[in-house]
Design a protein around this ligand. Sequence first.
Ligand code: ADP
Ligand code: MG
Length: 250
Amino acid sequence: MNNKEILNIQDLHVSINNIEILKGLNLSAQLGEVHAIMGKNGSGKSTLAKVIAGHPSYTVNRGNIFFNKENITFEEPEKRSHKGIFLAFQYPVEIPGVSNADFLRLAYNSQKKANNLSEIDPLSFFEFISKKIQLIDLDTSFLNRNVNEGFSGGEKRKNEILQMGLLNSKLSILDETDSGLDIDALKTISQQINNLRSHNKTIILITHYQRLLEYIIPDYIHVMEDGKIIYTGDANTAKDLEKYGYEYIN
Ligand code: ADP
Ligand code: MG
């Protein structure tokens, strides 16, 4: 394993309700890299994202997931999050009765606490987050609203990117962050994601449109089919896929 390797997935087999979805998937990513994962609907992209984050509905039958050289295959999702794995869901959940500001502060403080760092009080946090939220072109009134409740598709996406920036995770996985975005929101979000790129972070972008990858140029593009990565190419792969379709890979 290389020194800068943050994620290493070996021969991963995963099932849900006894149906095998991932069928021997391998993936390696280093710090500083952006990886895009593309592939048809149903190829297993969201399953992969959720399994890396530790979603309890999935069963790992074979293979391993190493994060920062540590085997996390059966680690609790909270622990993974504290270690620096962030997942922006394809379908973010609404949390009635919990204000967005409280939710963000609790997430932020729970990560600080897990890493023996000092927590931040509500007033200071509000000041801090109010500045961050402007960067994604979202009104500060969204901090007082319940988490994702009544947010439009684009607003939910922006809220996920806000969380991503806040948690400052080593590995961020964004599942179809571009879906349902108009062109202005896509540009704002892409710009934020590009700002969050750094030599000590890794981003995995799941998308099935080339459009996002015009704004965020990945280092690698992987194509999934039937629970496996069947092809890995560079940023140009997206253009070829757009032109010739997924059949081009075969
Ligand atoms: P993608 O994100 O690439 O569109 P998913 O990972 O969401 O694909 O789904 C991969 C496959 O797993 C699909 O065929 C889907 O129907 C199946 N699947 C997902 N969740 C379940 C479930 N709870 N029970 C049975 N099959 C499921
Ligand atoms: Mg999906």
